[in-house]
Design a protein around this ligand. Structure first.
Ligand SMILES: *Cc1c(COP(=O)(O)O)cnc(C)c1O
Length: 829
């Protein structure tokens, strides 16, 4: 407090709490005893965790305010994403503030260990899988590189469901992650904005006789922001992730229901709160539900208003330079309605004309595509749009009319082209093509791996590429080495730092230096020991959650990711059955003892994916119960795969399974986490695997399977039965499955899986790739026999993973799309 004489000075908020142990311990005690009102450290670590989180948060909040101040006049990015798969925050914050020692000492007063205390934190699962985790890695990298980037998302009351396995079947349980409070968030109710829904468009003439369109009789909801600090590593930068919660406006239903009961009217307010209630658990598939469209519009409208309000505070209603200071990066098509919403805000609310608004929109919007799967390409029915967002539908029609004029100029007289490229798909139920809206409205369209970006311009968006080649670019994904190495693999981190110094944490290209140690037997012995220790930790996890005993001396063969047919967990389990059959036949020649771990969630409505989980569980049970298999093979399905689980899994894997059908996985990021942590990969030439293989110089990577150029031809005359007949391994596996060996008391439950496998229209070509997969797995086994050589290959994998840091990805976004290089991290800009 700074009061002198009678003059009262406001508390100087720049007096940020310091990072030393003593102040830390004082604050920890204060939060424990006063904020939380506790007196004893009880059985549960929960309150200690809360107190520590609040203590750390104090240190973040002051830096967050400072960062906002520093950035207020800079060109900045709003990263719009329906998903942020954050995981836990405590240890990440401590790591990035570089105060681990101080925290440990402060906790010693309570006889508590940081590791145990950290386990009391809920895993913030506001995302499905790769796309959401990418957004979280990007925020970490932006903060580490001091780039003015704000994340915008939804504060879902319920995140990704918790998965339980009951008799091999997935059971979904709601994830009420906010129940015990979320100490990392700060509500900012003063920044609340209104979002409109329903109503209709009224047209009126002004004095000059110009027509104006007004969206009226709307049902509004409030969007209330909750700010989550995003600490940069060792640089005092703290960026913001702003998550919106929906709340009812006071007039929401009262006017509607004034004839009815007061209490019923108030209860109806729940409708407004539904918008931010739950994350849709679909990965790589659209589902077309009205509530989902409401979420998308809610996020976009609130976030754009937030940026515009901030602009007006500083510049008034002059938008001439708005585009010089803003970029809106759209994480997939989910927020692509932002294109139309920015037009609406600028025209209807801020009185710009169409051309001014369109110039601004197309200079500020940038779109990232995440998938080539047709089932994931979002379309919304025109009828739904019309009803829910009538003014936006009008704007989309106008954008389309102007766009189709351009198409007509490029391809004169070609009405097929117009039909093919139209933002509206014609038919009995016309649909809005959201990806097309995103492309037309953006100055940049990027894919997420070299192969994916190439396929986008050659196939999915070919015509758009012909129109606007300059818009298209590639940004290969990455993952943050802070969470995915420094934090999750502390022993390896220490070994690295001892040998190459600690610059790798912030400059991950330095990791290549460990290549020099590949023939240093002391170093490789230490490397092998770290891997083994990590495997022991995973053994505990598997024992606890699967009741299966893994053995750290066996090879850990791991596939964790969303369960999806294109990711081909089925191919993996067919190989497991193949190994099991060989063991039963006494044919263990050249075999290496393996523990196979599979984990991942299936979308609740995705029946085939759920059956695949059941098959994995049944095969696991049969194998684990068979004493003949004990020395050779153990199989576990890990329930509830999430970020926290991956932090134990990726440091412990020997072999990483990245086996999608070529052309289906846009990039993958799980592959990169494993590589960083010294796992070898068995994989197809798909997504970023191609670039991983390239970084390794074509060695120490087990490639198999059809390549993307071949798959169309293979599909054209695919005969699964013939492939099965000609492959005695595969026919034995199929025969064992058909015999009901894995479902003795549950007849017929795997029939539909068998049907797809044997179908000539199997889009995933599982049977086709089986033989080359088995062959590659034999090479894996042979390689693993030579432990010393395997460890060297492990070192080389980590050494080659430098380019898969999300710092590299973000540097490219920053320079090539966002053009932030002149304003970031430099004084006086
Ligand atoms: C990295 C990650 C993913 C993405 O994995 P892929 O193998 O690239 O599909 C999904 N979920 C979680 C929890 C992750 O950490």
């Amino acid at each position: 407090m700074t009061t002198s004489g009678n003059v009262c000075h406001p508390v100087d908020w720049q007096d940020a709490p310091t990072l030393d142990t003593e102040t830390l311990a004082d604050d920890l005690a204060r939060h424990f005893h006063y904020t939380l009102g506790r007196d004893k450290v009880g059985e549960s670590q929960h309150y200690l965790y809360q107190a520590l989180a609040l203590t750390i948060r104090d240190r973040l909040v002051s830096r967050m305010r400072q960062t906002r101040e520093d950035n207020s006049k800079k060109r900045s990015v709003a990263y719009l994403s329906l998903e942020f798969l954050i995981g836990r925050s405590l240890n990440n914050a401590i790591l990035n503030l570089e105060m681990e020692q101080e925290v440990k000492q402060a906790l010693a007063n309570y006889c508590a260990e940081l590791e145990r205390v950290g386990e009391a934190e809920h895993d913030a699962g506001l995302g499905n899988g790769g796309l959401g985790r990418l957004a979280a890695c990007f925020l970490d990298s932006c903060a580490a590189m001091a780039l003015p980037v704000t994340g915008y998302g939804i504060r879902y009351e319920y995140g990704m469901f918790n998965q339980r396995i009951d008799n091999g079947y997935q059971i979904e349980q709601p994830d009420h992650w906010l129940r015990e409070g979320h100490p990392w968030e700060l509500p900012a109710p003063d920044k609340t904005v209104r979002v409109k829904f329903f109503g209709h468009v009224a047209v009126h003439k002004d004095e000059q006789g110009r027509l104006h369109r007004e969206w009226v009789d709307t049902h509004d909801v409030y969007a209330v922001p909750y700010d989550v600090p995003v600490p940069g590593c060792g640089n005092d930068v703290v960026n913001t992730l702003r998550l919106w919660k929906s709340e009812a406006t006071d007039e929401f239903d009262l006017s509607e229901f004034n004839a009815g009961g007061y209490a019923e009217a108030v209860a109806k307010k729940n409708l407004a709160e539904q918008i931010s209630m739950v994350l849709y658990p679909n990965d790589a598939s659209e589902n077309g539900k009205e509530l989902r469209l409401r979420q998308q519009y809610f996020l976009c409208s609130a976030s754009l208003q937030d940026r515009i309000n901030r602009w007006i505070e500083l510049n008034g209603e002059d938008f001439t330079e708005f585009a010089d200071y803003h970029v809106f990066q759209l994480n997939d098509t989910h927020p692509s309605i932002a294109v139309a919403e920015l037009m609406r805000l600028l025209i209807d609310e801020h009185k710009l004309d169409w051309q001014q608004a369109w110039d601004i929109t197309t200079k500020t919007m940038a779109y990232t595509n995440h998938t080539l799967l047709p089932e994931a390409l979002e379309k919304w029915s025109v009828a739904l749009f019309q009803r829910l967002l009538p003014r936006l539908m009008e704007i989309i029609y106008e954008i389309n009319a102007r766009f189709l004029t351009e198409v007509a100029k490029k391809w004169p007289g070609c009405s097929d082209k117009q039909r093919a490229l139209s933002l509206i798909e014609e038919g009995p139920y016309p649909q809005v093509r959201m990806a097309y809206l995103a492309i037309v409205g953006s100055f940049s369209v990027n894919g997420v791996a070299a192969l994916h970006s190439k396929l986008l311009v050659e196939r999915l968006f070919k015509d758009f590429y012909e129109l606007w080649p300059h818009k298209f670019n590639n940004k290969t994904n990455g993952v943050t080495p802070r969470r995915w190495l420094a934090h999750c693999n502390p022993q390896l981190a220490q070994l690295l730092t001892e040998n190459i110094g600690q610059t790798w944490v912030k400059d991950f290209s330095q990791i290549s230096k460990i290549k020099d140690y590949v023939n240093d037997s002391k170093f490789t012995a230490q490397w092998a020991k770290v891997k083994r220790d990590n495997k022991l930790k995973l053994c505990e996890l598997v024992q606890k959650h699967c009741g299966v005993e893994f053995d750290a001396d066996m090879m850990f063969d791991v596939q964790v990711k969303r369960i999806h047919e294109y990711k081909r967990q089925l191919l993996n389990i067919l190989h497991v059955i193949h190994l099991y059959r060989r063991i039963c036949d006494g044919d263990t020649q050249g075999m290496v003892p393996r523990c196979v771990l599979i984990g991942g969630k299936a979308a609740p409505g995705y029946d085939m994916a759920k059956q695949i989980i059941k098959l994995i569980c049944n095969v696991a049970k049969t194998v684990n119960d068979d004493p003949r298999a004990q020395p050779w093979l153990r199989v576990a399905f890990l329930p509830n795969y999430n970020v926290t689980a991956m932090e134990t899994i990726c440091p412990a894997a020997d072999l990483s399974e990245q086996i999608s059908t070529a052309g289906k996985e846009a990039s993958g990021t799980g592959n990169m986490k494993f590589m960083m942590n010294g796992a070898l990969t068995i994989g197809t030439l798909d997504g970023a695997n191609v670039e991983m293989l390239e970084a390794l110089g074509g060695e120490d990577f087990f490639v198999f399977g059809a390549q993307v150029e071949e798959v169309d031809a293979i599909r054209a005359n695919y005969n699964a039965q013939e492939i099965i007949n000609n492959d005695k391994n595969l026919s034995a596996v199929i025969a064992l499955l058909e015999s009901g060996h894995f479902n003795l008391c549950e007849p017929g439950i795997f029939n539909s899986i068998l049907y797809v496998l044997k179908s000539d229209s199997d889009p995933w070509l599982t049977c086709y790739d089986f033989a080359s997969y088995v062959q590659a797995q034999e090479q894996v086994s042979a390689a693993y026999q030579n432990k010393a050589r395997w460890t060297q290959m492990s070192v080389l994998n980590t050494a080659a993973s430098g380019t898969f840091s999300s710092d590299r990805t973000i540097a490219q976004y920053s320079q090539e799309i966002w053009q932030l290089q002149h304003t970031s991290n430099s004084e006086g800009e």
